[in-house]
Design a protein around this ligand. Sequence first.
Ligand SMILES: [Zn+2]
Length: 378
Amino acid sequence: MFQPRDDIAGSLTYQMRPQTDSGSGGGETCSTYNLLKLTRNLFFHDPDPAYMDYYERGLVNHILGSRRDADTATEPLVTYFLPAHPGATRGFGNLGTCCGGTGLENHTKYQESIYFRSADGKALYVNLYIASTLRWGGFTVTQHTDFPREQKSTLTVTGRGWLEIKLRVPGWIRKGFAVKINGVAQDVRAVPGTYLSLKRVWSPGDRIEISMPFSLRIERALDDPAVQSLCYGPLVLPALNNSRTWRTFSFYKHLKLDGDLGAAVSPLGQPNFFSTHDHTLRPLYIGINDAHHIYFKRVEPTVVFGSVDSGVSNETVDDEGFSFLDRVWQAAPFTNYGRFVHQVRKVSGEWQARGRFTRHDREAVIIAAERAEDDLRP
Ligand SMILES: [Zn+2]
């Protein structure tokens, strides 16, 4: 079902209307099925890793989350729509719709976009981190990983000869992407959203070990910066809650100089599960029909640094919808406390010049920043 372009927060509000059936609306699963097909074909024309970032995002969130985590020999147990409004649930079953048919295909073709070769046959693209075995030419490449339940992968090469292996460095990487070959750390420059090229003569048994730590970040709805999702590496982390009203989250008071959102949540026992003080965050790929909140509202009412509250309102936003604290923390990570205070002085100066802060507001904010050194130490 087509929505107006870039209409994200608006379409969620539409889904919340009482006359809208909670089982319909939101993303139809076959839309993502078809967009992944399109993405794969675009990649054949232009091997831009951005296509594979998109592919991974669709695959490990919507597609993986569209199959119920239960065994059955009689029903596909796949979703039709994936409603994304506050308190939405997924319905699994779905014989006889467009998404029921493509949904059967989805879960038989996880392997189809992991590896591609260049047209001249001299390079191998490793696009997705999925346990698999590739037999191609004189090479066999075996990938061992439990990604995204683990943040690493190992490729073992069998065969002998020169080959360029291009590893996709995902666009969500924030804490490095490290590569070892046969246990030896490689001096590589891994830029998120590019391919890292390993060109060498391979010998049977060569092992490539990749470490790609996930980190937490927020993503904002295009049409309302206060409507946000929490992401962890490639994963979307909905908050579990039955309420049909917006959940609200505040994060800035928890941040340290590194700006890492990990300071605002606690890991739970299972991979990719976290808790905030009042919600469980569970990856969307878990196929259970509990009510969840893929999007929440970010509420940051006053300018706070750690436990130091300036008493100044943070509710005024600039022309692009960003608050004072949004603008301060956009410059994170801060390598030292002086740089943090410098950023507060700079943004508060701009805020005062635009009439969003009084002179007194700006002074109170700077004094609070200068008092928060102990709180902000990572
Ligand atoms: Zn469909």
